[in-house]
Design a protein around this ligand. Structure first.
Ligand SMILES: [Fe+2]
Length: 312
């Protein structure tokens, strides 16, 4: 259902059907309003009114429509809002595939583009974390790394913000989430997606992906240290039994610890051919029972940011 609203009442989470202005920027564009940049661009435009679709996003005043509310609360996997989030995520996955593919092929790294992609993804998770989690847990073999990276990136920004990390750090957490598994793209796909049990040699190759990714990223001077650290250390755990370096808690920064929590949570709750997907509660309980691996405060906080889903 379309509703026309005055542009100054527009807010993130609304689905924009049309902007009444001659600007080419919004011609033929229907989109879920997720970024501050898009909001600012509409406010700057000559339009006075904007048509929003209340079946696909928030309604006037930022209220959730009844059909959207029931889709969210009952966990139904179909519905306009779910489809809007699904579309946004698949678009982000295609862009991420292009960016990471260029990097692995020796191209340049565009930190601005990555930061923008991470911010858009973060906005989506802020608005619709529960729906985004449902969508990204189901992955085809081909898109596993990209959807995993988007989910980890989104959760890292939510968790970082909830732990009151500063804006720059939260922004870099988003970028680090997108890049943390880039080393997996250097592994032959017959090993990475092997349906049978891995040999010892294959397991070593897979366990080398944090180091391989780090070695690749560190050739780019513009990649910040926090991003390099998370790429290299996201499989480290507090008691030193992780890999590749076996570092203990005192040598693992908070952002690195946070990345490990989000990475493991995403892996546990994902649908994979070789295991039953765990529910959010099962995964959090399992991690909470391992304080020698994960910081309990972070595990609890992750549960709280995923259970309440701010929509305005
Ligand atoms: Fe990894």
């Amino acid at each position: 259902m379309l509703v026309k609203i005055e542009k100054h009442t527009l807010r993130k989470g609304m689905f924009v059907e049309s902007v009444d202005c001659p600007s080419r920027e919004f011609a033929r564009r229907r989109f879920l309003l997720r970024s501050d940049q898009d909001l600012a661009a509409i406010l700057r435009s000559s339009a006075t009114e904007v048509a929003i679709n209340v079946a696909l996003g928030l309604g006037p005043g930022g209220r959730q429509s009844e059909s959207n509310a029931s889709n969210t609360n009952t966990g139904v996997d179909r519905g306009p809002r779910v489809e809007a989030v699904r579309g946004a995520i698949s678009q982000s996955a295609v862009l991420l595939r292009t960016s990471l593919g260029e990097l692995v092929a020796g191209g340049s790294v565009d930190m601005v583009r990555l930061a923008n992609a991470a911010e858009e993804n973060s906005d989506l998770w802020s608005d619709s974390a529960v729906i985004a989690l449902k969508i990204t847990r189901l992955k085809s073999k081909d898109e596993t790394t990209y959807l995993h990276s988007l989910a980890v990136s989104g959760m890292m920004t939510l968790l970082g913000r909830s732990l009151q990390m500063d804006d720059d750090t939260v922004r870099m957490l988003g970028v680090a989430g997108l890049l943390h598994d880039i080393g997996k793209l250097l592994i032959p796909s017959e090993i990475l997606s092997k349906p049978a049990q891995l040999t010892d040699a294959e397991r070593i190759i897979i366990r080398n992906h944090p180091e391989a990714g780090y070695q690749l990223l560190k050739t780019y001077p513009e990649v910040p240290q926090l991003v390099l650290d998370i790429c290299r250390l996201h499989h480290e755990v507090l008691d030193g039994s992780g890999y590749p370096l076996g570092l203990k808690q005192k040598d693992l920064s908070l952002p690195v610890q946070l990345s490990a929590v989000c990475d493991v949570f995403e892996a546990l709750t994902s649908v994979r051919p070789y295991k039953r997907p765990w529910s959010t509660t099962e995964a959090l309980d399992w991690m909470f029972a391992r304080p020698h691996h994960f910081d309990r405060k972070m595990v609890i906080r992750l549960g709280s940011v995923l259970s309440d889903e701010p929509i305005s």
